[in-house]
Design a protein around this ligand. Structure first.
Ligand code: SF4
Length: 322
């Protein structure tokens, strides 16, 4: 089985049960992203290609840890040997910090609001990054919206200022408002990821009441002017009811603006807990479309130095997972 088929199969399966030796040293627990609030995840990697696998007692796959990070993952009849990568903060080689682990909005697919987490202090964040400074190439910042988006941005900027002395690239993914890209760039952010989340405006309206997808698109267009090529990203969830044609249009619209879409398979959570994960076949189909459009537009997610396209754990990434 080729790597892209294997990764699509793992992402579609959603989780694994760990057997063999304890793998606690390789376990990451998240307060944001697809693994928020879960039992934890491991990062399984084969020849430099990586997939994040949530760990669950009831996991559909079996991952056997043989010791010192050597592991064998079986999917169907296929078993493949790889390594469990050590995690810095949230993922390998990055300090990926969730500043405010709660949110005033209620996007239906997201379980962050229900977790009701608190906002980390600037000193706490500086201390967290300091603990892993020898193990990171980048810092990535994300945040829910604790009070309002403008206030959140201001707070995140105070965090960026405090982290500048670590002298690694900083990526930022927050809910943006008018002027956010310019202000983040002025503070030295290297990359931004502002998520349109759904493939169409119609689906977005039903998923994220009170938020404005068209405004996010306008801000993404400005972000490309400010940050340049291959430095602006946007998550789009696969599996919110969109068709392949709608997803293709969305990828085309984003890439046409110079934005690299990050196609994220739905992790059924929040109000969508009963929904199905997208199938491996669909993930592969959309991966081919994604690859083709990025190639046509001259965009390359392999250039990413921060956040999800640098990590590649949760998504099929053109150029990395081919
Ligand atoms: S791809 Fe993004 S959300 Fe997934 S583990 Fe990596 S950094 Fe976290």
């Amino acid at each position: 089985m080729e790597w892209d088929e294997l990764k699509a199969g793992i992402l579609a399966a959603g989780s694994a049960r760990i057997t063999g030796l304890p793998a606690d040293d390789y376990l990451a627990v998240s307060t944001a992203g697809p693994g928020a609030g879960g039992e934890g995840s491991v990062f399984f990697s084969v020849a430099g290609r990586r997939v994040r696998i949530p760990v669950e007692e009831e996991g559909t796959l079996v991952l056997e840890h043989r010791g010192s990070g050597i592991a064998v993952l079986c999917i169907g009849r296929e078993c493949i040997e790889g390594i469990l990568e050590p995690v810095a903060l949230h993922c390998p080689r990055q300090a990926y910090i969730t500043v405010s682990a709660g949110c005033i909005y209620h996007c239906r697919y997201c379980r962050v609001p229900a977790l009701g987490g608190k906002r980390k202090s600037v000193a706490e964040i500086r201390e967290m990054v300091g603990r892993v400074r020898d193990r990171i190439d980048a810092i990535s910042i994300t945040s829910g919206v604790a009070y309002d988006p403008k206030e959140e941005e201001k707070y995140v900027i105070s965090v960026i200022r405090a982290l500048a002395p670590f002298s690694v690239p900083i990526g930022v993914s927050i809910y943006p408002v008018f002027g956010t890209p310019d202000r983040l760039r002025a503070e030295g952010a290297a990359e931004v990821k502002f998520n349109v989340e759904a493939a169409t405006d119609r689906i977005f309206r039903t998923m994220c009441p009170g938020l404005d997808r068209r405004e996010i698109l306008r801000i993404l267009a400005r972000s490309v002017e400010v940050f340049g090529k291959n430095r602006v990203y946007s998550n789009v969830i696969i599996g919110l009811g969109e068709t392949d044609a709608e997803m293709e249009d969305c990828i085309g619209e984003l890439a046409g603006m110079g934005v690299i879409p990050v196609l994220r398979p739905l992790n059924p959570a929040g109000e969508l807990a009963g929904w199905a994960r997208p199938s491996a076949e669909r993930l592969l189909r959309l991966f081919r479309i994604h690859e083709r459009i990025l190639r046509e537009k001259g965009l390359d997610p392999c250039s990413a130095v921060t956040m999800c396209s640098a990590c590649t754990g949760c998504d099929m990434v053109p150029g990395r997972d081919a």
